[in-house]
Design a protein around this ligand. Structure first.
Ligand SMILES: Cc1cc2nc3c(=O)[nH]c(=O)nc-3n(C[C@H](O)[C@H](O)[C@H](O)COP(=O)(O)OP(=O)(O)OC[C@H]3O[C@@H](n4cnc5c(N)ncnc54)[C@H](O)[C@@H]3O)c2cc1C
Length: 372
């Protein structure tokens, strides 16, 4: 299966620790969540081993569209209605703090250029306006754009700018996080799929596999795997889009990279049934739809140089599942970000680690798997 454009970037070999047999905590999954969790645990004095079935960043964390967004999978005004203002604002503030932490760890793998959410029709325009009002009422930074300019003008009637969001080179970011994690004393084992928890010789186990079925009884039945397909074009001579853009409730998303390439993803709504899968792979239907979107965005058909897919996990209520697994002593999960896990994954890995270290942050309550 084709790997992502991001993963083609040359990687320094990872210099990792070796622990003797038993560790305090074993972490399953070498993406943003698992590494974040392992790093905080090691900083708290725990002996930690990370197991990754393939290589670091080979899951969704190295295959995403590269958007670093605050908030959760639901818009802010809906989060307020469902969770109450205090808890919704707490969740948004958590992700804003996490974006700042990401910036301090990621170096040039993160650019804080903001993100733009576009209204493709009147209904979406009204939804975005309601979200904007709620954000402003609760004093979050947000800007409303009545008429997006350039090539957007013909297609979109309004836009919500989140000024402190960012654009990631995801593979570079996750490899950097892995280096920091290894430097903190964590053993990272790549190409090791865990098939039974008893193999792990650890007091606690954290499963951080988001949409990839872990096969370990770690709430796999609650997390619906969903495939996302992405393409990258040749570098374009014209500079069209200065920040990540998304529209149609996230079914269309794109960003132009500093070298001019356009990375475009989404359109899974042309074949939702077939995209509800944990199998990586691209399909002619979704790829053709993405090519159509590129033609609309550029005004011609540039060459496509990369095509890939990844799997993310939908939770039943759009909030991730983070915390101890009920009736399974010592087993923890952090997964199910519903397509919004680049920043939330960093936050939730840290939340679980802190809880294992004895410090339960209030946000953890929101994500408690026991709610199901
Ligand atoms: C195409 C696509 C676009 C996306 N775009 C965005 C975006 O722009 N913004 C955003 O916020 N989010 C986005 N997401 C979601 C986001 O990428 C994920 O939610 C996030 O990366 C999850 O990170 P993770 O570390 O929890 O899981 P992953 O990065 O998926 O890592 C899980 C790892 O667990 C490993 N694993 C599973 N089972 C086992 C086992 N038994 N033993 C050993 N290893 C195992 C897998 O190999 C995998 O590497 C996107 C996802 C996809 C697929």
């Amino acid at each position: 299966m084709a790997a992502s454009y991001w993963l083609e970037e040359r990687a320094e070999p990872l210099r990792t620790h070796r622990h003797d047999r038993a560790v305090d905590v074993a972490v399953v999954g070498g993406g943003v969540t698992g590494l974040s969790c392992a790093l905080t645990l090691a900083e708290g004095g725990k002996r930690v081993r990370v197991y990754e079935a393939r290589t670091i960043a080979s899951g969704a964390s190295g295959r995403s569209g590269g958007f670093a967004l605050r908030g959760g999978a639901m818009p802010y005004d809906q989060a307020r209605e469902r969770l109450g203002t205090e808890r919704a604002a707490g969740l948004w503030r958590l992700t804003e703090r996490t974006l700042d932490r990401m910036e301090s760890l990621a170096g040039d793998a993160l650019r804080r250029v903001g993100s733009l959410r576009l209204a493709a029709d009147e209904v979406e325009g009204a939804e975005l306006a309601a979200e904007y009002e709620a954000l402003r009422t609760d004093r979050f930074a947000a800007e409303w754009i009545d008429q997006p300019g350039g090539r957007l003008a013909e297609r979109y009637s309004g836009a919500l700018l989140h000024p402190r969001d960012g654009s990631l080179q995801p593979a570079r970011w996750i490899r950097r996080l892995a280096t920091a994690t290894a430097d903190a004393g964590v053993e990272i084992r790549e190409h090791e799929r865990v098939t039974a928890l008893e193999e792990l010789h650890a007091d606690a186990v954290v499963v951080a596999s988001d949409g990839y079925p872990s096969g370990l009884g770690a709430l796999d039945e609650l997390v619906q795997p969903m495939r996302g397909q992405v393409v990258a074009t040749e570098p374009l001579p014209e500079r069209l889009y200065g920040r990540p853009h998304y529209a149609r409730h996230g079914f269309d998303y794109w960003q132009q990279l500093p070298d001019g390439r356009l990375v475009v993803g989404g359109r899974r709504d042309v074949d939702l049934e077939r995209e509800s899968t944990s199998e990586e792979g691209t399909t002619p239907e979704v790829q053709a739809a993405l090519e159509g979107l590129i033609r609309e965005l550029v005004g011609r058909q540039p060459a496509i140089t990369h095509r890939w897919s990844g799997i993310f996990g939908l939770s039943p209520d759009d909030l991730p599942l983070v915390g101890p697994v009920p009736r399974r002593e010592g087993l923890w999960v952090a997964r199910g970000y519903s397509g919004h896990g680049n920043v939330l994954g960093l936050a939730c890995g840290e939340l679980v680690a802190k809880a294992i270290l004895g410090d339960r942050e209030p946000e953890l309550k929101l994500f408690d798997p026991a709610r199901f």
